[in-house]
Design a protein around this ligand. Structure first.
Ligand SMILES: [Zn+2]
Length: 264
């Protein structure tokens, strides 16, 4: 086998064991492969805002939409804040239509109980955190980079799911997608950028374990350790399979999705 053959591209999306047990639930973080965008967005780029052509991004999104078996995708202009959007029947009419995506106002977390709605988060080193409350069948997709970790967006999303939908944290499942690993999460300005409490997660000088920070934050909200699954794949180290802003600079954005299939 030639060297090229042995470096066969990984086109599958990263799926999580804990979320794979639920019939009707589609989820995963797509690799960068399998789309139509040219370099440096090759190839499954889902962001309109990185310089890629609109028609190619739409084609990539349609592929994901069709695979998911949902009526439409919902996404937000992500702003590294802590705004959580609840997707319900009445809200949908107010969203912008950018086929096959409905666009909410700016925000970084999406929550729904509706069938046929795919929640889409776009990442390139930031974490996407998928949440499921099996009791109320509420799902969420959270965009959390280091600013999101500081702002506590995962915690805020869990508590909203509890308040609005009666979610039960000890029953909830969480999955943290491929993202910046402790190997590559260097923050030379951490004294200015990160709270002192994050020093507990410093693995060597200036390097922080944001996977462990998210696990701690979710456990603080009542989730159980055994229900939190972390992909453990660093996007910088694995930039051949994933888009990585730190690793590549000008690049695409990965699609992280979760959604109940449409009932037809
Ligand atoms: Zn790494």
């Amino acid at each position: 086998m030639s060297g090229l053959d042995s470096r066969k591209k990984n086109t599958a999306r990263h799926e999580f064991k804990n979320l794979s047990r639920f019939p009707g639930l589609f989820h995963g973080v797509y690799t960068r492969h399998g789309g139509v965008s040219p370099p440096p967005f090759d190839s499954l780029n889902v962001s309109w805002n990185v310089g890629d052509e609109e028609v190619r991004v739409r084609s990539n999104l349609v592929k994901i939409h069709d695979e998911m078996g949902v009526d439409f995708l919902v996404s937000s202009p992500q702003v590294h804040g802590n705004e959580v959007h609840v997707i319900h029947e009445a809200a949908i009419a107010s969203y912008g239509n950018r086929h096959p995506v409905l666009l909410t106002p700016p925000g970084d977390a999406l929550v729904t109980r509706l069938k046929g709605v795919g929640l889409l988060i776009k990442v390139a080193d930031c974490q996407s955190i998928l949440l499921l409350d099996p009791v109320s069948e509420t799902i969420a997709n959270v965009h959390s980079g280091w600013r999101g970790s500081v702002a506590g967006i995962a915690k805020k999303t869990v508590s909203l799911m509890v308040e609005r939908f009666g979610a039960d944290p000890p029953s909830m499942l969480a999955a943290v997608g491929p993202s910046l690993g402790p190997c590559c999460a260097e923050f030379v300005n951490h004294e200015r950028e990160l709270p002192k409490s994050f020093l507990d997660f410093q693995v060597r000088p200036n390097h922080f374990d944001f996977w462990a920070i998210t696990r701690r934050q979710l456990m603080d909200e009542g989730l159980k350790l055994e229900n939190i699954e972390i992909a453990g794949r660093c996007t910088v180290c694995e930039k051949d399979n994933f888009f990585s802003y730190r690793g590549l600079g000008e690049t695409g954005r990965l699609a992280s999705v979760i959604g109940w299939k449409a009932v037809r």
